[in-house]
Ligand binder design. Structure first.
Ligand code: 5GP
Length: 176
């Protein structure tokens, strides 16, 4: 199946049924490991909103959730900087925090998030990312809960956008 977003063609990569299977598995793992710790979930806007919506409903506990706004400024070189707004820092101190991402690519965004969060003195940090691109990953942190590793191709759908379009699709698509 093909879709067209902003004049670019995309083909089906991961259907909704497979996505939901992975979400259910991740939710079971997180529930098993962290339920007793009453973790604070911090999904990053905007891409992770779909994943977080599904994850929250698949967990077997009522998770406190704060969406974190993240802006990355990536220049023409591969180096870049990421600015975060971590709301309610007092909420993080002494809590186990789960960072929820749609995708980890170079890892720059997550690394910046980790550094910002560490300053707030949480009891512990876990990383949950639905997708991961191992070939472009440049950092050293470990993803504790992972949906699927994918090749280094541009994808869209399930919250991921192309110029802010395409987020609505229930399936994930790759550039044709
Ligand atoms: P990183 O900092 O790990 O290089 O990039 C993370 C961010 O880049 C993600 O949160 C996402 O917004 C964006 N990104 C990385 N790969 C893709 C992709 O294939 N498609 C889309 N739509 N966004 C991506």
């Amino acid at each position: 199946m093909m879709i067209r977003v902003n004049d670019i063609d995309f083909k089906l990569y991961m259907p909704e049924s497979e996505i939901q299977k992975e979400v259910a598995r991740m939710a079971a793992e997180i529930s098993r490991d962290l339920k007793e710790r009453n973790p604070l979930f911090c999904p990053t806007l905007t891409g992770s909103f779909m994943f977080m919506a599904d994850l929250a409903r698949a967990l077997d506990f009522d998770a406190e959730t704060y969406f974190v706004k993240y802006t990355s400024y990536i220049g023409m070189q591969s180096s870049g900087s990421v600015r975060s707004e971590l709301p309610f820092p007092e909420k993080c101190r002494g809590r186990h925090v789960v960072i929820v991402e749609d995708i980890v690519d170079t890892g720059l965004t997550m690394k910046a998030m980790l550094q910002a969060l560490q300053q707030l003195e949480p009891a512990g940090i876990s990383i949950a990312s639905f997708l991961f691109k191992p070939t472009s990953f440049q950092m050293d942190f470990k993803i504790d809960y992972l949906g699927r590793s994918i090749p280094d191709d541009f994808i869209l759908g399930y919250g991921l956008d192309y110029d802010n379009y395409g987020r609505c699709y229930r399936d994930i698509y790759v550039k044709a």
